[in-house]
Design a protein around this ligand. Structure first.
Ligand code: AMP
Length: 505
C-alpha cells in the first residue's frame, strides 16, 4: 500500500475537484483541482531539477497557497520538506543548509543573491525563488509543465519532513518525521475533532511550524474541507471572516488579541463549532473570559515538533481550562521522575510519550536521539507535567525552565498561576536567575492590566500568603509586554538574560 501522505490526502479530496480548498479573504480562491494542478507542476519541476526520493528541499518563503503547494509537491516526489522560519538570518540558514544538505533551496526573491552564494559554498544544487505573491522562479519555471506526475510510492518510515526545533538549548536539531508519523496523527486529529467537508477553517498560523503546516492544513486536506489562508493573524480581519468559518486553530495570543477587540462578540462566532489552542499554555483567565464573551469553550491540545500532537481536550466531553486533555487515541503518555520511575496521579515529573506520531530521531544526531528515548520506545518530552485523577494532563513547564532555589525545585507555572490572578496583573513569567546564596532565585516578570495599581511589594506579599517561602519571587519586574516568539511562546531565555544581574554582588 502507498503510505505517501499526499496519496492519503488525495483519497480524501472531494470527488468534485472544482470545490474550493483555499480562500485568501480578498475574493481570490483555489480549488482542489488547482491544488492538484499547481502542486503537480511544481513536482515536475523538482523532478526536472534532479530531485529524487529522500532528497531534502529547504524552503524559507512567506506563507502563500503556492508555498503550501510546494510542500505538497515535495511529498508527491518523495522528497523531504524542510521549512525554515522566515525570521532566520542568513547565518542561521547557513547552518540548516549545511546540516541538511538539501538538493534544492527555495527562498524569497529578495534573498536570491545571498542564497545562491551560500548554495555554491554548501553544495546545494539549485536555488529557486517564491514571493509572497506566489511569483518567482519556481512558479515561472513550472509554467506550462505537465502536471500529471501522480504520486510516488512511499513506505511508512520514509521521511516526509525535517523540522528543526527552535534550539533554545544548544544547537537546533532536525526532527525527522515520516509519512506514517504525519498521516497517523492527522487522521486521528481529523476524527477526534470531527472535521468534515463542511468545515471552513480560519488558518492564520505560519506554515514553517508543525501547528500551521501539519495540524491545521492537514485537518482541512484530509477532510476535503476549505480554509481561509491568511499570511498572518490580524484581529480585524479575523473578526470580519469568522462569521463565514466553523473552526479556528490558534496560539494563545490569537485569543487574547480577539478578546482585546471590542468588535469580538458571540455574534461573530455564530457559525463556529470549534476553537483550538496550542503551542503555548493558554491562561485560565483567557479560557474563562472567552467562554463568557462567546459561549464557546476553547479546546486546548498539546504537542511538539518531534511528536506532532499528543493530547487533547475532548470534542464532546468536558474541556478543562489549564489542562491539555487526554492522550489522543493510539498515544501513550506517562510521567516519570529523573530516574525514569513512573509516577502516580498528580505527581509532578517529566512527560514521556509513545505512539505512531512520535518521530524517528534527530537528523544525523544518533547520540542525541538515543538520550531522549527510553529503551521501551517512550520519547522524553522535557515537559514537566502531571496527570490528574480524571486523566487530564497538565503541563507545568519545560524541564529547562525549572528553577532550583536553595536545593528546592520550583515549577514556574505554580507561581505564575498565583501572580496572574492578582488584581492589576495582566500575565506573568517566572524565571530563575543566579543568586549568591541560593544558587538560583525566583524572579517574576509581569505585565499590568490597568484594572488596579499593583506594586512589587504587593505581589510578593500575596505570594507569601499562598506559597512556601522558597517559591516566593524575590524580585518582581513590571514590563509592558512579555517577549514572545511567533508561536506565542514566552521567551524565557531572553528574560533570564535580561535579569541575570538582579542579585549580582
Ligand atoms: P514546538 O516544538 O515549537 O511545537 O514546541 C513544543 C513545546 O510547546 C512543547 O514541548 C510544550 O513545551 C509547548 N506546548 C505546546 N502546546 C502546549 C500547551 N497546550 N500548553 C503548554 N505548553 C505547550
Amino acid at each position: 500500500m502507498n503510505e505517501n501522505l499526499f496519496h492519503l490526502m488525495s483519497q480524501n479530496f472531494p470527488a468534485d475537484r472544482s470545490q474550493t480548498v483555499i480562500e485568501l479573504g480578498d475574493g481570490k480562491s483555489y480549488s482542489y483541482a488547482d491544488l492538484e494542478e499547481i502542486s503537480g507542476r511544481f513536482a515536475r519541476l523538482l523532478l526536472d531539477k534532479g530531485v529524487v526520493k529522500g532528497d531534502r528541499v529547504a524552503v524559507q518563503v512567506e506563507k502563500s497557497p503556492e508555498n503550501l503547494f510546494l510542500y505538497l509537491a515535495t511529498q508527491r516526489v518523495g522528497a523531504v520538506y524542510l521549512p525554515l522560519n522566515t525570521a532566520y538570518t542568513l547565518s542561521e540558514v547557513s547552518y540548516f543548509l549545511g546540516d541538511a544538505e538539501p538538493k534544492v533551496a527555495v527562498c524569497r526573491p529578495q534573498n536570491e543573491a545571498e542564497f545562491s552564494e551560500l548554495a555554491k559554498k554548501l553544495g546545494v544544487a539549485e536555488v529557486l525563488t517564491l514571493g509572497a505573491d506566489g511569483k518567482g522562479s519556481l512558479t515561472a519555471g513550472a509554467e506550462g509543465l505537465d502536471a500529471d506526475v501522480g504520486c510516488v510510492e512511499s513506505a511508512p518510515d520514509d521521511l516526509a519532513a525535517i523540522l528543526y526545533t527552535s534550539g533554545t538549548t544548544g544547537r537546533s536539531k532536525g526532527a525527522m518525521l515520516s509519512h506514517r508519523n504525519l498521516g497517523a496523527n492527522t487522521l486521528t486529529l481529523r476524527d477526534y475533532w470531527g472535521f468534515t467537508k463542511d468545515d471552513v477553517l480560519l488558518h492564520a498560523l505560519p506554515i514553517f511550524h508543525t501547528h500551521g503546516l501539519f495540524v491545521a492544513s492537514h485537518c482541512v486536506l484530509l477532510s476535503g474541507a476549505r480554509m481561509y489562508f491568511l499570511p498572518k493573524f490580524d484581529a480585524d480581519q479575523a473578526i470580519a471572516l469568522l462569521p463565514n468559518c466553523t473552526a479556528m486553530m490558534g496560539v494563545p495570543t490569537f485569543y487574547t488579541r480577539l478578546l482585546a477587540h471590542p468588535g469580538f462578540t458571540a455574534e461573530v462566532c455564530k457559525n463556529m463549532r470549534l476553537f483550538v489552542s496550542g503551542s503555548a499554555p493558554l491562561l485560565e483567565e483567557t479560557f474563562k473570559e472567552f467562554q463568557e464573551r462567546t459561549g464557546h469553550t476553547i479546546l486546548e491540545r498539546y504537542g511538539m515538533t518531534e511528536t506532532c500532537m499528543n493530547t487533547s481536550n475532548p470534542l464532546d466531553g468536558e474541556r478543562r481550562g489549564g489542562t491539555v486533555g487526554f492522550p489522543l487515541p493510539g498515544v501513550e503518555v506517562r510521567v516519570t521522575d529523573e530516574n525514569g520511575k513512573v509516577l502516580g496521579v498528580n505527581e509532578i515529573g517529566v512527560l514521556e510519550v509513545k505512539g505512531p506520531n512520535v518521530f524517528s530521531g534527530y537528523w544525523r544526531m544518533p547520540e542525541k536521539t538515543a538520550e531522549e528515548f527510553r529503551p521501551d520506545g517512550f520519547f522524553i518530552t522535557g515537559d514537566v507535567s502531571k496527570i490528574d485523577e480524571r486523566g487530564y494532563v497538565h503541563i507545568v513547564g519545560r524541564a529547562k525552565d525549572l528553577v532550583i532555589c536553595g536545593g528546592y525545585n520550583v515549577y514556574p507555572k505554580e507561581i505564575e498561576l498565583v501572580v496572574d490572578l492578582l488584581p492589576g496583573v495582566g500575565e506573568s513569567a517566572v524565571i530563575g536567575v543566579p543568586h549568591p546564596d541560593f544558587g538560583e532565585a525566583v524572579v517574576a516578570v509581569a505585565t499590568k492590566d490597568g484594572s488596579n495599581e499593583i506594586s512589587e511589594e504587593e505581589v510578593i506579599a500575596a505570594c507569601k500568603s499562598q506559597l512556601a517561602n522558597y517559591k516566593v519571587p524575590k524580585r518582581v519586574y513590571f514590563v509592558k509586554e512579555l517577549p514572545r516568539n511567533t508561536m506565542g511562546k514566552v521567551q524565557k531565555n531572553q528574560l533570564r538574560d535580561e535579569y541575570k544581574e538582579s542579585f549580582a554582588a
